[in-house]
Design a protein around this ligand. Sequence first.
Ligand code: ATP
Ligand code: MG
Length: 215
Amino acid sequence: MAIIAVAGRKGGVGKSTIVGNLAAELAAMGRSVIVLDADPQHSLVAWAAQGEGMLSGCVEKVKGGDAGALRARARAAEEAADLVLIDTPPGLPDIAYQAALVADLVLLPCGPSPLDLFSVKEALSLSLKARAERRSKRPRIRFVPSKVLMNTNLGRGLSSSLEEMGKKVLPAIGQRVVVAEAVMSGLTVCEYAPNSVSRMEFKDLAKAVDKLVMR
Ligand SMILES: Nc1ncnc2c1ncn2[C@@H]1O[C@H](COP(=O)(O)OP(=O)(O)OP(=O)(O)O)[C@@H](O)[C@H]1O
Ligand SMILES: [Mg+2]
């Protein structure tokens, strides 16, 4: 029904973490979800293989190198599930661009460092270029503050710095130990620590995303 791509030029800002945990929260809300791992590092495939959590049943490896293949696979997956989430690699703009050409919504995670803000600007330009090529209002574009140290000035300033770039900002994801612990067990935060603050953050993000794409 809808395709959501998570993208960004910079490595390590939390793209794959957001894809995996968002998939779990959307599934917990009753949506059927397919996750396409279009990153040649295949972090999500590796995460899913660590255990027998929900990701092991919905993550699929996709070759991003072939321009048409990712789009074709995403469209076919969209027929089979309510929501298709695409994880894209850092530093390979072509794959992120292909994902933006097919997505209804592009999420751009951004960490609290000023360097993260510089690269999210480039990712925003790429998504806007895809929208221009489609001559459409799609994809919609939203920022997601990621790995935020909640009680710091850098953390507090992130959402407003992102808003100044002209796109809406979704609920923030804090930097929390439980996020990495869940990965070690092959689980999402939803499964590993269902009552944690981190889980509430991913749940709030999922609610906002669901509202944007499901009508
Ligand atoms: N909210 C968080 N709290 C704690 N650790 C996090 C959080 N988000 C991500 N991490 C950790 O930061 C590292 C990078 O995260 P992740 O792999 O999701 O980023 P990425 O943007 O997908 O990276 P890449 O660009 O290499 O694909 C991982 O070790 C992950 O466990
Ligand atoms: Mg990744």
